[in-house]
Design a protein around this ligand. Structure first.
Ligand code: FES
Ligand SMILES: [Fe+2]
Ligand SMILES: [Fe+2]
Length: 491
């Protein structure tokens, strides 16, 4: 497996390093540019349609599904017909139709691909060229197959289109490399949620009319500065992310044209009012910021996007107002205290498993206790704690992901022979995983939840302890967990 991957990487590496492709590549790119420049506006409209700027997503990956689907169908039908599984005549007709539909889709996908390819450079441009050549070969083979089939040479036609199908798969691999490894076509803008509340960034009189200027805001989570481009037009100040969503170009070094901010790299134009791309190659809106002027200073706040779950001072105030009114349970432990104690209990259990000698059968029993406690802990957090704190802590999503990972690792550990070195290694990994997860809860989430107030935390703590107790003592829950653990051990 590893060596196959290495071979594929080496092959792509050779393409990426093939500098001789540059001259013809730029030749083709320049010829296309001349053509579109001569046609003018209509060609810009066509180009935007091919990029997917109007649609809001790249079009090329949508169009390629047509040849991939139809040619794969044809390939499958040919194989079944050759094996005698389906009726030869009906299968041949369906395969023929599929090949033709695929050829139409392939031409459209190629047009969209060329439009996008023109705005790539260096190694990506080279891989894009080979991707196009391989896919063009596939198209030519499929067209040849349609012709052969039309002349009654069905077997030859099937062989030729099968070769075309293999070419298409190779071309698809290169396309996948461009998107998933090289990130061509994916949003390159900085989508930091900062600043969540209005922050002063620049004195108004330092911003010239129609001249973009970069300011920076600090995102403590990713420990990096986020660039924002400010533009003053008349009495309005606009702000959008300074890193272009197409390929990361510096929009603050761009210029204003017809109410849009133009990217200096490939000329994407973004509406100053909405941040939407009105002309490509970008297909994706820029991050937007609200602006206001206070005492002659420009202040900006990141505009939330649909689906964002950002904790701001306002959301905290809303949640706290709501929850304090619910009262509390005066003598109960606070939620974070209950969970911290349980973390400590599991840490001690890990130490006991690790200290038990390899051959000792107690190791397996201790592991079962640990598995059961881990399961209970995740259960009470998932059911009670996380839902209660998700509106004031952004850590919940990652916490859910870490729970899943711990559960997967636990399942893998339970399957191993408790006296084996692999078991020991897995327990060590699980212990490290728990330490990381519990540690980040203690250092971050448990600190943030203090904003809920003592009364609410004690109430929540009481609910957690009740559920913990019920999970431990209920005969049904215990039997259910034991069954789950033994199934994990057995399968
Ligand atoms: S980086 Fe390509 S248009 Fe901005
Ligand atoms: Fe957790
Ligand atoms: Fe926890």
């Amino acid at each position: 497996m590893r060596s196959r991957l290495q071979a594929a990487d080496a092959a792509i590496g050779r393409i990426e390093a093939a500098k001789w492709l540059d001259q013809p590549g730029y030749g083709i790119g320049n010829a296309l540019a001349r053509l579109t420049q001569m046609v003018g506006r209509p060609s810009e409209r066509l180009r935007n349609a091919l990029h997917g700027t109007w649609y809001g997503h790249p079009i090329h990956p949508i169009l390629v599904t047509v040849p991939i689907g139809t040619w794969t169908l044809a390939f499958g039908l040919d194989v079944l017909a050759e094996l005698g599984v389906v009726r030869d005549q009906a299968a041949a007709q369906a395969a023929n139709t599929a090949l033709k539909a695929g050829a139409v889709g392939a031409v459209m996908a190629a047009a969209a691909g060329i439009a996008d390819w023109q705005y790539t450079a260096g190694r990506d441009r080279r891989v894009g060229m080979v991707h196009a050549m391989v896919n063009s070969t596939s198209l030519a083979l499929n067209v040849a197959s349609i012709v052969l089939r039309g002349r009654g040479r069905r077997s030859q036609g099937r062989l030729v289109s099968a070769t075309g199908w293999v070419c298409m798969a190779a071309g698809g691999y290169l396309g996948g490399h461009l998107v998933y490894r090289r990130r061509i076509g994916v949003d390159q803008a900085d989508r930091s949620p900062e600043p969540r509340d209005f922050k002063p960034v620049l004195a108004l009189d330092e911003l010239e009319d129609n001249k973009p200027r970069r300011v920076e805001v600090w995102d403590a989570d990713v420990r990096q500065s986020i660039g924002v481009a400010l533009v003053k037009r008349g009495d309005r100040v606009h702000a959008m992310g300074a890193r272009c969503s197409h390929a990361g170009g510096p929009l603050d070094q761009g210029w204003i044209l017809e109410g849009t901010l133009v990217c200096p790299w490939h000329g994407s134009r973004f509406d100053l009012g909405t941040g939407h791309a009105v002309s490509g190659p970008s297909t994706c809106p820029q991050p937007r910021y609200q602006t206001r002027v206070r005492d002659g200073v420009i202040e900006i706040r990141r505009e939330q996007e649909p689906g964002d779950e950002i904790v701001t001072d306002e959301t905290v105030a809303r949640v706290v107002r709501h929850t304090v009114a619910e009262g509390g349970v005066p003598h109960a432990k606070k939620a974070d205290e209950v969970l911290f104690e349980h973390h400590q209990f599991m840490r001690r259990l890990f130490e006991r498993v690790e200290a038990t000698p390899r051959g000792d059968p107690q190791r397996r029993d201790l592991m079962r206790v640990l598995a059961s406690e881990l399961e209970i802990h995740e259960h009470i957090e998932d059911k009670l704690f996380y839902p209660a704190v998700r509106s004031i802590s952004e850590d919940v999503e990652v916490a859910h992901a870490e729970h899943r990972q711990l559960a997967d690792l636990l399942a893998a550990t339970l399957k191993l022979d408790a006296s084996s070195p692999e078991f020991e290694e897995h327990v060590r990994a699980l212990h490290a995983g728990l330490n990381h997860h519990a540690g980040s809860e203690e250092q971050s989430m448990f600190v943030e939840v203090q904003r809920l107030g003592e009364a609410r935390l004690r109430e929540l703590g009481h609910e957690l302890e009740t559920m913990l107790e019920q999970q431990r003592t209920s005969a049904f829950q215990r039997a259910f967990r034991a069954l789950k653990i033994s199934l994990l051990e057995a399968v």
